[in-house]
Design a binder for this molecule. Structure first.
Ligand code: G3H
Ligand code: ZN
Length: 283
């Protein structure tokens, strides 16, 4: 069933586990995610970046995810990931997204508060939950490009003021993760998560979680992370499976047969994350 992001994450917050938010671009990825969630009996957040919306079409991707979600027996939220454009956020509200992220990390603190608050005021009466970002997460995620030197950690005192003034449902925090493929071993600032969670009583969100060890993920969850975003590892699974198909069956030209192993590979990633995040068996 299609539900709000808040409904999924409030339960996770209360019971102390995290729910994966997986980036989709098309029918195959969405099917892989929902099948994985059904098999794991896990809630799931399926998210679209602005680039995914441009690629698939706003109405098209909305219909695909919402139709599959309505048919599913587990809770599914449709989330806008890193919404930086006011117009895209508004269109998602009109077209059935049940959760939107406004990424105002490029703005000064007060401006980020002002725009986020306006979005919360519009989204909440529609039953749509809102995620915001404070601090700046490094790396590359579709149209979000933040150089390592420009990445900034979330300040716990600012997080408290931000949540109080905006009324957001969950907050993306910068604690040392980065989008894309890590060059070295990522070092997470666990104390910062703890400090932030002492000051805010809402779920916090970990971005750039592909490539983070299971130990670090579980420590972050034990400190209060309730939403974990995964994109790069799904892309890598797709890439690896595609290369294998082309290499091993060069004469195959049926797209359905060629895409079957890629769907299975993405499904395996999603199931593994659900177990690691503690959301399996929670639906
Ligand atoms: O917003 C999406 C993510 O934060 C995904 O990060 O590509 O490192 O998994 P990732
Ligand atoms: Zn992100």
């Amino acid at each position: 069933m299609l539900v709000s992001g808040r409904e999924i994450l409030q339960k996770a917050h209360k019971e102390g586990y995290a729910v994966g938010a997986f980036n989709t671009n098309n029918l195959e990825s969405t099917k892989a995610m929902i099948q994985a969630a059904e098999e794991e009996r896990s809630p799931i957040i399926i998210q679209t970046s602005q680039s995914a919306i441009s690629y698939a079409g706003l109405e098209e991707i909305s219909m695909i995810v919402r139709l599959l979600a309505e048919k599913a027996s587990i809770p599914v939220a449709l989330h806008l990931d890193h919404g930086t454009d006011w117009d895209v956020v508004m269109q998602c509200l009109r077209h059935g997204w049940t959760s939107v992220m406004f990424d105002g990390s490029k703005y000064a603190f007060d401006e980020n508060i002002a725009i986020t608050k306006q979005i919360v005021d519009i989204a909440h009466p529609m039953g749509v939950s809102v995620e915001a970002e404070l601090g700046k997460i490094g790396g590359v995620e579709d149209h979000i490009v933040v150089d390592e030197k420009d990445a900034t950690m979330t300040d716990p005192a600012e997080a408290e003021e931000f949540v109080k003034k905006t009324g957001v449902d969950y907050l993306a925090i910068a604690i040392g993760t980065a989008h894309g493929v890590y060059k070295g071993v990522p070092k997470l600032d666990f104390e910062r998560i703890d400090e932030i969670k002492k000051r805010i009583q809402i779920p916090v969100v970990l971005h750039g979680a592909s490539g983070i060890s299971i130990e670090d993920i579980q420590k972050a969850v034990s400190l209060g992370v309730n939403k974990i975003n995964i994109d790069t590892e799904l892309r890598q699974a797709f890439q690896e499976a595609t290369h294998k198909v082309v290499k091993e069956t060069p004469d195959l030209y049926d797209p359905r047969k060629m895409l079957a192993p890629t769907t299975e590979a993405m499904k395996a990633i999603v199931k593994g994350k659900m177990r690691a995040f503690g959301s399996s068996g929670r639906a």
